[in-house]
Design a protein around this ligand. Structure first.
Ligand SMILES: [Zn+2]
Length: 327
């Protein structure tokens, strides 16, 4: 009887403690690993064109990101700066995905849609984009830039930064506070004179009055041309500028627009614009390309061409940050 009791106790313990422990240990083995044996992070990427998710070692994934986000013929130090910005952004996304599982991309940390997360191009797309001869040259160039900065990220007060960047700052970048509201200490306005010598420094876009009415939902047909004259005709006038002279708020017809909203509605390259009326057309002239916050990519290329290193480029555009190694 005592033996039987002993056996019963043994099975109860086995059933309630040992078995669940074994099952949980087994499940842990089935869970996806988060890093490689060398400590490099793994990143789960949602490929938005095919709707499939794939896991990559971070450094391998970054080659496709830098190739998608910056021209491959840019100076090597600019490509390195871009690689560090992209690595920082990706690790930040991995952190966020851990905090908010499944809320942004199903079972992935980041996606390949440049308008949502950051661009990424696979080898087939790159072969097509660059052609066979340039593929080997450019792929190696970008891979070398990523390898040279392996494990390096940007931090501010010990935390990963928001490493935002844009194509061309138009000669001076803009602070995060002026564009989005809310001061971010490392995203201040800095000089970016290298932008002036590069493509997309100045662009112009022309719209008929009818097109403007359709795109903006305003009524301009009864308005005399003089009332549309820049910068302060009664029907089209800038009512607020940012500290660097970009448009912040503008009235068109009977509506008021944030310049960022107008930029989106009309597809303007930047919010640093002026306009002129020519008959039935309004011609916008823009300076710079992108939101102008953080690193200017053409500025980074210009600095690199002058012999500046990636750390000098990054600490110019992201004021007060540190470059740290995470693996
Ligand atoms: Zn995304």
């Amino acid at each position: 009887m005592r033996k039987l009791m002993g056996l019963v106790v043994f099975f109860i313990i086995a059933g309630t403690i040992i078995m669940p422990a074994l099952i949980i240990a087994g499940l842990r083995l089935l869970e996806a690993p988060v890093e490689t044996q060398t400590g490099e992070r793994l990143v789960r990427v949602y490929l938005h064109r095919t709707g499939v998710s794939r896991t990559f070692p971070l450094e391998e994934y970054l080659v496709g990101v830098v190739a998608g986000e910056m021209p491959a013929n840019f100076e090597v130090e600019a490509l390195k700066a871009q690689a560090i910005a992209a690595r920082t952004y990706t690790l930040k996304k991995i952190e966020q995905a851990k905090d908010l599982p499944g809320s942004r991309h199903e079972n992935a940390d980041i996606c390949t849609d440049a308008t949502h997360c950051q661009a990424w191009l696979d080898e087939a797309s790159l072969r097509q984009q660059w052609g066979l001869v340039n593929y080997w040259r450019y792929h190696k160039r970008i891979k070398d830039a990523v390898n040279a900065t392996r494990g390096l990220v940007l931090t501010y007060q010990g935390k990963l930064i928001e490493p935002v960047y844009h194509s061309n700052g138009g000669g001076r970048t803009e602070s995060a506070a002026a564009v989005w509201g809310g001061d971010i200490p490392y995203l201040q306005s800095v000089a970016s004179p290298w932008d002036r010598e590069s493509p997309h420094y100045r662009d112009s876009l022309s719209f008929s009055l009818q097109e403007l009415e359709n795109k903006l939902g305003v009524n301009l047909s009864a308005v005399p041309a003089a009332a549309l004259a820049a910068p302060s005709g009664s029907a089209m006038k800038v009512i607020e500028q940012t500290p660097t002279g970009r448009v912040k708020t503008i009235v068109i017809g009977d509506k008021t627009f944030a310049a960022t909203e107008l930029r989106q509605l009309l597809g303007l390259p930047s919010t640093d614009f002026s306009w002129e009326v020519a008959g039935e057309q309004i011609i916008f002239t823009t300076i710079g390309y992108g939101h102008a916050v953080g690193m200017s990519q053409y500025g980074a290329n210009g600095m690199a061409a002058e012999g500046k290193k990636f750390n000098e480029i990054l600490s110019h555009y992201y004021q007060g940050v540190k470059i740290e190694r995470v693996y």
